[in-house]
Every structure is written in C-alpha cells, then in structure tokens.
Ligand binder design. Structure first.
Ligand SMILES: NC(=O)c1ccc[n+]([C@@H]2O[C@H](COP(=O)([O-])OP(=O)(O)OC[C@H]3O[C@@H](n4cnc5c(N)ncnc54)[C@H](O)[C@@H]3O)[C@@H](O)[C@H]2O)c1
Length: 393
C-alpha cells in the first residue's frame, strides 16, 4: 500500500511511527503539511520521498493508494471529500466529524466513490481491547449489562482543540468518541443506541467548551454504555474500561500504572509517555506506546480491508454513529433530560433475541440468589412462580 499522510503533527507522527517501525510492506510516499518546512522535516524524519503544501496534489499523486487524515477536526470533511473524489481509499483519525451532519457527508462520499472509509479508532485495537472483545463474543461474560470507558488527561497539546468552532466541542467530542465506541463494541454494534443522558461542564479551563463530562448511552437491548472524560485530570493519561455481564466481569487498565514503574532523580529527563506530567520521582512509563495504543493492529486491519475489498472493523459508518451519539449528548447536557439519538442511516442487523431464561430453584420457585455466609450456612433467596412472593430457604 502506498500512503499519503495529511498532517505532520502529533498523531501523524504516531501513525508514521507505527507504519515505519514495523518493517511493513506499506510505505508512506507523500506527506502534506500547511507549511513547507514542517512537510520537509516530516519527510526527512520518516524517509518519505514526496511532500507538498497542497492537499489536492497529495491525494491525486500517482504513487498514493490510500490517504491517512491526521489533520485538525475542522479539516476532516474537506480532505475526505478531496480523497474520495480522487478515487483514493481514505482512513481518518477520530472524531470522524465535528458532528453527525459532517460525518454523514463523509460516509456518503466514500460510499459513492466505492472506496474504503476506515475510522482510525485506535483504542478499539489495543491488545487488551481485542482480547476483551473476543472474550465477550465467545460468551465469557454472558450478556453485557453495562460497559464503561474512561479517558481523562490534563488537556490537549494544540491550540485548535480548545477552539470549539475548529474542534466541534471539548472533552466530550475529543475523548468521549473513544469511550463511546469502546462501550458500543462491547455491547454489540447491532444494538441501536436509542437515547442518552449527559452531564457536561466547564470546570477548570477558560474555554467555551466542556472540560469534563459523564454520560450514559442506552441501547435498544437495555444495555448501558457509560463514559467519563476530562481535560483537567492530573497525573497523566488514564484509560480504563469495565464490563459487567451476567456471567462475568472485565476490568482493563490500558495505560497509566499498569505494572511498569521507574524512579529518577530527574537527570536525563527523557520522554515518559503521552500526557505524563512529570519526569522526576516515581514514573509510570509505557513500554511500546504505539502498540499499547492500538496503532499496529489498527493499520493491519485497515490495509487488510482495502486488499480484501471490505470495510474494516472500524469504518466511517462507526464514526458516524459515534458522532450521532455525541450530538445527542450535547443536547442532553443542555436540557438535563434523556434525549434521543438521531440516526438517519442505521445499518444494524436486528438479532433474534432469545427469551430470558430464569433459573429454577424447584418446580414452584425461581432462584434469585445463593450465598454462603461467614458462618458456613448456605442461603437461597427464591421467588414463588405463581404468587411472586420472595422467601429464604
Ligand atoms: N488517539 C488518537 O486517535 C488521536 C490522538 C490525538 C489526536 N487525534 C486526532 O488527530 C487529529 C490531529 O490532531 P493532532 O493531535 O495531531 O494535532 P496537531 O495540532 O499536533 O496536528 C494537527 C495537524 O493539522 C494541521 N492543521 C491544523 N489546522 C489546519 C488548517 N486549517 N489547514 C491545514 N492544516 C491544518 C497542523 O498543521 C498539523 O499538521 C485530530 O482530529 C485529533 O482529534 C487522534
């Protein structure tokens, strides 16, 4: 695969690190940046043969099969339309749009051009996520009742994130997009998100957008996805997921304090990990950050999809659904009520639901709960099938 990267900032470098470091057959042949000096520096750093300050020139280049969008949120739509019009596959970072209206236009553009639209949702490709999802799909935790995901850090690294017009919002659109898609995967993508309840507030930073938010997303099967996001959390970047199922539980800590600790008096002062706030004392580095954040598995899935002419596990459609959920969250944060998720283009496949199986204690009673007490006594809480009365045996 011959690749163009649009953008030469923070995420463009993470992507290039993932692509260049692992001796892939896929090569970056072109990079775009607004300023020539940044484009040239990126090209030098990653051995990229061509660079340009024109998006059009980049996407139309003969040595480009797929375009990777690593630009600020306000530039996604324009650059995706240019890529699709040039007939190139296009892989876009998160969030797909600043809102669902933009995301839908992007989805329609790749559909019309018959190219792959890959949604670069890296946190749905981390090693712990992939293992969790495989376990859930094989029934390990039973039916998922509640899935929670948290991303909090002290705030983003570039000016445009803090400008609501350019970013589309605050912590909710920036970090909530990850959390919502993680929970949605665990709950099952064919379950339609129906309504949301959300709290969002600007507690710390002098900005128009929210820097903290918590939200609940209700799915049509009754499952709840919960997200917690912050741009004012102190102490690094906290990425944690939890799943509660009828037969099991998953707790995954993906980044901060996962068992690798280092102490330094401060000499040297090398890079620790994304959004780490300290370079002295006890530190919590991340071994292979590119891998731990999912970038390697993500690009493998994207390129396999392009080669096999299918959509990847995370596609523009998924990015669109996430944007629709976030739009509803912004409404709910204002009205302080449950608000519907408006999806104009729902493509989920309705699954046949099995009737809920109650566990019987005996012919006349259901079993609610059994427990061994500290005394060694075993208790059974049961419900009479006819009268509904609850008893203990
Ligand atoms: N985990 C992740 O997946 C992850 C992490 C960080 C950022 N992102 C996403 O990546 C995108 C870029 O974020 P970043 O962290 O790399 O930001 P950044 O500020 O480091 O880089 C942004 C790039 O966009 C360019 N740019 C900004 N405004 C532009 C304009 N008007 N015209 C042309 N180019 C413009 C900048 O020159 C730079 O090359 C955003 O959509 C962000 O949400 C994703």
């Amino acid at each position: 695969m011959k690749l163009a990267i649009l953008g030469s900032g923070f995420i463009a470098r993470f992507y290039a690190d993932a692509l260049v470091a692992q001796r892939r057959k896929d090569v970056i042949t072109m990079v775009y940046s607004r300023t020539e000096s940044n484009a040239r520096k990126f090209a030098d750093d990653y051995n990229v043969p061509n660079y340009s300050t024109s998006i059009q020139e980049c996407v139309e280049h003969k040595d480009v099969d797929a375009v990777i969008i690593a630009l600020s949120n306000d530039m996604h739509l324009e650059s995706i339309l240019a890529s699709a019009n040039a007939g190139k596959h296009v892989l876009c970072t998160k969030p797909l749009g600043r809102n669902a209206k933009e995301a839908l236009q992007m989805l329609q553009a790749v559909d019309k051009a018959k190219v792959v639209g890959g949604y670069l949702e890296d946190l749905c490709y981390t090693p712990k996520f992939l293992k969790s999802l495989a376990s859930i799909k094989s029934g390990t935790v039973g039916e998922v009742i509640w899935a929670k995901s948290r991303e909090t850090h002290p705030g983003p690294h570039s000016d445009w994130f803090w400008d609501k017009e350019k970013s589309g919002g605050g912590a909710m659109v920036d970090l909530g997009c990850h959390c919502i898609e993680i929970s949605r995967n665990f709950i099952g993508k064919n379950n339609k998100p129906v309504e949301v309840m959300c709290w969002a507030d600007t507690r710390v930073h002098p900005i128009d957008a929210e820097d903290n938010a918590v939200g609940l997303v209700k799915y049509e099967n009754g499952a709840i996805g919960q997200f917690e996001v912050s741009w004012s959390f102190r102490g690094g970047m906290d990425l944690r997921d939890e799943v509660m199922g009828t037969e099991g539980t998953i707790w995954a800590n993906n980044f901060l304090r996962t068992g690798f600790e280092m102490f330094t008096t401060g000499k040297g002062g090398s890079y620790v990990a994304e959004k780490a706030e300290s370079t002295t004392g006890w530190l919590f580095p991340v071994g292979d950050e590119v891998h731990e954040l999912g970038y390697n598995h993500m690009f493998t899935d994207m390129f396999n999809a392009i080669e096999n002419k299918v959509q990847p596990s995370e596609s523009f459609y998924d990015g669109y659904i996430v944007n629709a959920i976030i739009d509803a969250c912004y409404v709910s944060a204002k009205t302080k009520k449950w608000e519907p998720v408006i999806i104009e283009d729902w493509r989920g496949i309705a699954e046949k639901k099995e009737a809920k199986q109650m566990v019987s204690y005996d012919e006349d009673h259901y079993l609610i709960k059994e427990e061994v007490l500290p005394s060694g006594e075993k208790k059974f809480i049961i419900k009479n099938k006819k009268t509904g009365s609850i008893e203990v045996r």
